[in-house]
Design a protein around this ligand. Structure first.
Ligand code: NAD
Length: 427
């Protein structure tokens, strides 16, 4: 099938290249010329394992453009995968989704054949039918579900293993109204062997929010228990290993540490809270989930001060800046909160991350410019006695922590074994 994908970020690019791998041809649309240029040179503008190889292998089967008309007229189905960030007050910012809908609508006006538009961006229940659909109809002069198809197909991939997740998902959720659209999506996803759940559009939108909120809650819950365990001298990882053996609970995604960050959980839980409040609900659990998570990274500073009471004038090493390993994404990374607190206490920071240093510097100008960046984990260890572990990159297992004070937010076994003084945040 010929597919177009609007927005070539973590989700758009991975989805598009996944479809290419499954034998489709893909046109990416973006407004960022650097990204367009990179994609057209088979260079991924983001870091994701396997992406570069895939882009090299299938060069010629995809290209990127800023021209919506070209993309819509030369494809049968268009995915909207633009960002849906938070506004200042936590509510969802639909600026990019609206822009994309208007541009797709204009191009759709000229299209003779049936075209299917699929919202893949994470949007609150009601958005596809109440925001996207009216804009598509207004700008195309056509009717949804009659002249063109419309669906909502949330994405569940995890950054760091995004391609693998896209091609081997736990499930595919397809929110549709009309039969023709359902057929197109079933055909497109046929090669993927996973349960396919067909729902109405609003339900598909809600499944994504409920999933993210639940996962965020699972971690905040573990951390709350973990903090109690720490005070009692109990290893919370063992506790959750034991808890997870209950088949109703599942051991996956059930580890304690310094909490969740990234481009999804924080903004999606906030958006759901805001939506609930608009509806006159008081989402007490969701609010607590967020609050626990905001405090959790500061546990690292609390534990650090147990061993180094005065931070002023000290150099503290920070290992890891990405919000999780195997990605260069620093959105809502716990590293920001930790480093900001260190700088406020008058400490100097030397940090290292295998992929995310450039992004960290750019993304957090208030803090990023005051950090010294090392060229390796070894260099951080050479330059300081005191280390905080913020992201669990595999290579941090290879470092020699002997003689060091290590406060660990993620559990690096080599540090636990060899450091002079070692504190795990919840163990
Ligand atoms: P991103 O910021 O990495 O990418 C968004 C892309 O859209 C950027 O390249 C941007 O230039 C482009 N864009 C913005 N406005 C545009 C427009 N009008 N026309 C064309 N392109 C435009 O975002 P992302 O992380 O890929 O997330 C995209 C959506 O997917 C969000 O709704 C997010 O919540 C959801 N999601 C993300 C993940 C994840 O792990 N990142 C997982 C599941 C779902």
């Amino acid at each position: 099938m010929r597919v177009s994908v609007v927005g070539s970020g973590y989700v758009g690019l991975v989805t598009g290249m996944g479809f290419v791998k499954l034998g489709n041809e893909v046109i990416f649309v973006d407004i960022d010329y650097k990204k367009i240029h990179a994609i057209n040179n088979a260079q991924p503008p983001i870091y994701e394992e396997g992406l570069e190889e895939l882009m090299k292998k299938f060069k010629g089967k995809y290209h990127a453009t800023d021209d919506y008309r070209e993309a819509i007229l030369n494809s049968e189905v268009t995915f909207i995968a633009v960002g849906t960030p938070s506004r200042e007050d936590g509510s969802i910012d639909l600026t990019y989704v609206k822009q994309a809908s208007r541009e797709i609508g204009k191009a759709l006006k000229e299209k003779k054949d049936y075209h299917v538009i699929v919202v893949k961006s994470t949007v609150l229940p009601g958005t596809t039918e109440e925001v996207v659909k009216p804009l598509l109809e207004e700008y195309s002069g056509k009717k949804a579900f009659k002249d063109f198809g419309l669906a909502m197909n949330p994405e569940f991939l995890r950054e760091g293993v995004a391609l693998k997740d896209f091609l081997n998902p736990d499930r595919i959720v397809i929110g549709v109204q009309d039969e023709k659209t359902k057929k197109v999506l079933e055909e497109l996803y046929r090669p993927i062997n996973a349960p396919k759940l067909i729902t109405n559009i609003k339900t598909a939108e809600m499944i994504k929010y409920a999933s993210n909120a639940f996962l965020a809650a699972k971690i905040s819950f573990a951390n709350e228990i973990g903090n109690i365990c720490k005070k009692l001298g109990i290893d919370s990882w063992k506790v959750f290993e034991g808890v997870g053996l209950d088949h109703r609970i599942s051991p996956h995604f059930f580890r304690t540490g310094i909490g969740w960050g990234g481009s999804c959980f924080p903004k999606d839980t906030r958006a759901l809270i805001k939506k609930a409040e608009e509806l006159g609900e008081d989402p007490m659990i969701l609010k607590a989930v967020v609050e626990v998570n905001e405090r959790q990274p500061l546990k690292l500073i609390e534990l650090l001060k147990k061993h180094v009471p005065e931070l002023r004038g000290k150099t503290i090493g920070v290992l890891g800046l990405a919000f999780k390993p195997d990605t260069d994404d620093v959105r809502e990374t716990r590293a920001y909160i930790v480093i900001k607190a260190l700088l406020e206490e008058g400490a100097s920071v030397i940090a290292y991350d295998p992929k995310a240093m450039e992004n960290f510097r750019k993304f957090y100008p208030d803090v990023g410019g005051r950090v010294e960046y090392a060229s390796s984990g070894e260099e951080v260890l050479e330059r300081t006695e005191v280390l905080l572990i913020v992201t669990e990159w595999k290579e941090f297992e290879e470092l020699d922590y002997s003689g060091k004070i290590v406060i660990d937010g993620r559990r690096i076994k080599a540090a636990e074994k060899n450091a002079k003084i070692y504190e795990g945040v919840c163990w």
